[in-house]
Design a protein around this ligand. Structure first.
Ligand code: PHE
Length: 379
């Protein structure tokens, strides 16, 4: 007989791990030994189910208490030896205890299922509120940025971009550029030679290119005019380093070849370039200079953006030299099989390190390759 009290304790009862909860439902105590045994069985069942933390243990519990030869059925077999009056009371109590044990068993099963579900859920749990692991963002090297700016200025004026080998033949680096062997102009570029020569061809020596100009010859050899191309790339010189010199650095070469190209085109193109990189009110200055592969040859300066051409610590006399340039020499055209009477063109070459130093006020070229992130992070 389930008392009203048991409803009150319902939740406790359904917690099979709470050993105290059965007590209020065993209130119908009598002096009858069988009823006492039934109650003891119920208490033991209640106490032991608390330890049944897996299906195996719960099944063992069921066999022990509710099984065909379990403690409950053993107690019920004793009913036959009782007087009719005692049997009625004990029989009713036995049925009630059986119901309680079955409830306990069902609650145990539910508890295990819930436990399993909770375990699964905990294993699958994805905490969407957890902050993500930050990915350290890299940045472009200041020279990469500068090279890209220079390329963008020229591509928007219709130039293509090409790249070429850093290990180069002597022929492209010098001979085809109107710098024959034993010509004193070779001293303009302190050269790092590769200790290998083509044994099949006299004078076919290798070097680390000292400038990007060999790409002028390579491109013209392959293509027909009109040509408008710029060539960014790394170059190497056998030189001691100091604040203004590195033994390896970048250049951006430019070449335009066609019919009727004049020095005015050179000036207009480079003037526009200077304005795009250094600001719209830049002025430019061209002065005569010597490079074997151009004639006439010039160097181009911009007016100092710090002192506006007055003269200061950065520029000295108000002008800052930023590149060499000139009209392609007829001998270079001849070397690549172009007719110098038919085509003219201009070429130029500049150093992105120098341009980045001017733009950002950097006083030592070696900063770019010292790999100090405190420096590199600033750009
Ligand atoms: N190649 C030359 C240098 O490295 C620069 C240059 C390029 C000059 C093209 C004129 C024309 O010094």
């Amino acid at each position: 007989m389930i008392s009203d009290e048991s409803i009150h304790y319902h939740t406790l009862w359904y917690n099979p791990f709470n050993a105290a909860s059965l007590e209020p439902r065993l209130t119908m105590t009598t002096q009858q030994p069988l009823i006492a045994e039934l109650h003891a069985t119920a208490r033991d069942a209640q106490a032991q189910i608390a330890a049944a933390h897996d299906t195996g243990a719960l099944e063992a519990w069921r066999v022990e208490f509710l099984g065909r030869r379990g403690r409950l059925s053993q107690a019920m077999q004793k009913l036959g030896g009782l007087s009719p009056e005692e049997r009625r009371a004990a029989g009713a109590e036995a049925n009630r205890i059986k119901g309680l044990l079955e409830e306990l068993y069902a609650a145990g099963q539910r508890a295990l299922q819930e436990q399993e579900a909770a375990r699964k859920q905990a294993a699958d749990r994805l905490d969407v509120t957890l902050p993500g692991r930050p990915i350290a963002l890299g940045r472009l090297h200041p020279i990469t940025q500068t090279v890209r700016d220079i390329c963008a200025a020229f591509t928007s004026m219709g130039f293509d971009v090409a790249e070429g080998p850093e290990v180069e033949w002597e022929r492209y680096n010098f001979d085809m550029l109107n710098i024959p062997r034993d010509h004193p102009a070779r001293d303009m570029w302190d050269t790092l030679w590769i200790d290998w020569a083509d044994p099949t061809e006299e004078g076919r020596r290798m070097l680390l290119r000292t400038h990007t100009s060999p790409m002028q010859a390579r491109i013209m050899e392959k293509a027909k005019p009109p040509i408008r191309v710029i060539v960014p790339g790394k170059v190497f010189r056998h030189e001691a380093t100091d604040a203004r010199h590195e033994w390896h650095f970048y250049q951006v070469e430019g070449l335009a070849v066609g019919k009727g190209i004049t020095f005015a085109d050179l000036k207009g193109t480079l003037y526009e370039f200077a304005r795009r990189i250094f600001g719209p009110d830049r002025r430019v200055r061209f002065r005569c200079d010597y490079f074997p592969f151009v004639e006439p040859g010039v160097d181009m300066s911009i007016d100092c953006f710090l002192c506006k051409g007055e003269g200061c610590r950065l520029c000295g006399d108000g002008w800052i030299e930023i590149m060499g340039a000139g009209m392609v020499h007829p001998n270079v055209f001849k070397a690549v099989g172009y007719d110098p009477e038919e085509y003219t063109g201009f070429a130029f070459g500049m150093g992105p390190e120098r341009i980045a130093m001017l733009k950002h006020g950097i006083d030592d070229i070696r900063h770019f390759y010292a790999n100090d992130v405190r420096f590199l992070r600033q750009f």
